[in-house]
Design a protein around this ligand. Structure first.
Ligand SMILES: Nc1ncnc2c1ncn2[C@@H]1O[C@H](COP(=O)(O)OP(=O)(O)OP(=O)(O)O)[C@@H](O)[C@H]1O
Length: 201
C-alpha cells in the first residue's frame, strides 16, 4: 500500500496534524530544525507510540539512526538478514553507487560516509511500500549523492519515498514534489525561494 495517511495526530510537538500522500513517487519532506521530522518518521515506524490520532501506512523501511548497527558486526553480517532477491538487489545497487571494498570490515571502523553508503544501499534493497531517508545522503560525496538521486528516481515507480535534507536546492531538484512540515500541517511547497523564506521565519 503506497499510501500514507495521518489523521489528527496530536503529541507534544504536533497539533491535529492531518495529511495524505498517496501513490508511489519521490517526495521531499523539509522543515526547520526540531520541528519533528524524525519524530514523525519514528511514529510511522511504530518506534514511538501514538498518543492521539490515527495513521495508515504500508510496510515502512526507516533507519532512525546509524547507531542501530552493531559496531562489532560487518556489513556482510547484515546482508545475511536479506532475502536472496534483496541481496541481489543490494549488490546491483552497490555497483551502481560505485562499489565498496569495506563490507567485511567491522561497522565501528566505518567513516560517516561509508556508513551512509552501506545504509542507503541496504534500505533501498529491502522490499517495502514506504522508504524514508532522513538526512541519509548528506554525508556522501557529491558524485555519489547524485547517483543516489538517480537510483531513487528509478525506484519511485514502486515505492513512496520520503527524502529529508537541509540541502533544499537538491531536494527541489531531485524530487517530484516537496512538502513542508509544521506543527499543525504538512503542505506542498512549490518553489525553493518560498521554502527558504518559510524555514527562516
Ligand atoms: N532524544 C530526544 N530526547 C528528548 N527530546 C527529543 C529528542 N529528540 C528530539 N526531541 C524533541 O523532539 C523535537 C523534534 O525533534 P526531531 O528530531 O523530530 O526534529 P527534526 O525536524 O527531525 O530536526 P532536525 O532537522 O534538526 O533533524 C525536538 O524539538 C526536541 O524537543
Amino acid at each position: 500500500m503506497t499510501r500514507l495517511r495521518v489523521e489528527k495526530l496530536t503529541t507534544d510537538i504536533f497539533e491535529n496534524l492531518s495529511f495524505d500522500i498517496s501513490g508511489p513517487g519521490l517526495y521531499g519532506l523539509i522543515g526547520r530544525n526540531g520541528i519533528g521530522k524524525s519524530t514523525l518518521f519514528s511514529l510511522l515506524n511504530g518506534e514511538v507510540k501514538l498518543s492521539k490520532g490515527n495513521f495508515s501506512v504500508g510496510k515502512v523501511c526507516y533507519v532512525p539512526s546509524l547507531d542501530i548497527f552493531d559496531k562489532y558486526l560487518a556489513a556482510n553480517d547484515y546482508l545475511k538478514l536479506l532475502s536472496p532477491k534483496e541481496q541481489t538487489e543490494f549488490h546491483k545497487n552497490l555497483e551502481i553507487m560505485g562499489g565498496a571494498d569495506f563490507l567485511t570490515q567491522k561497522i565501528g571502523k566505518y567513516s560517516l560516509g561509508m556508513k551512509e553508503l552501506f545504509t542507503f544501499v541496504y534500505v533501498l534493497s529491502i522490499r517495502s511500500d514506504v522508504l524514508i531517508l532522513d538526512e541519509l545522503l548528506d554525508g556522501l560525496d557529491e558524485q555519489r549523492r547524485f547517483t543516489a538521486y538517480a537510483l531513487l528516481r528509478q525506484c519511485r515507480k514502486e515505492k513512496l519515498i520520503l527524502l529529508t535534507s537541509h540541502n533544499l536546492s537538491e531536494v527541489f531538484d531531485a524530487t517530484d514534489r516537496v512538502y513542508i512540515l509544521e506543527k499543525t500541517s504538512l503542505k506542498v511547497i512549490g518553489d525553493l525561494a518560498t521554502a527558504q523564506a518559510q524555514i527562516s521565519l
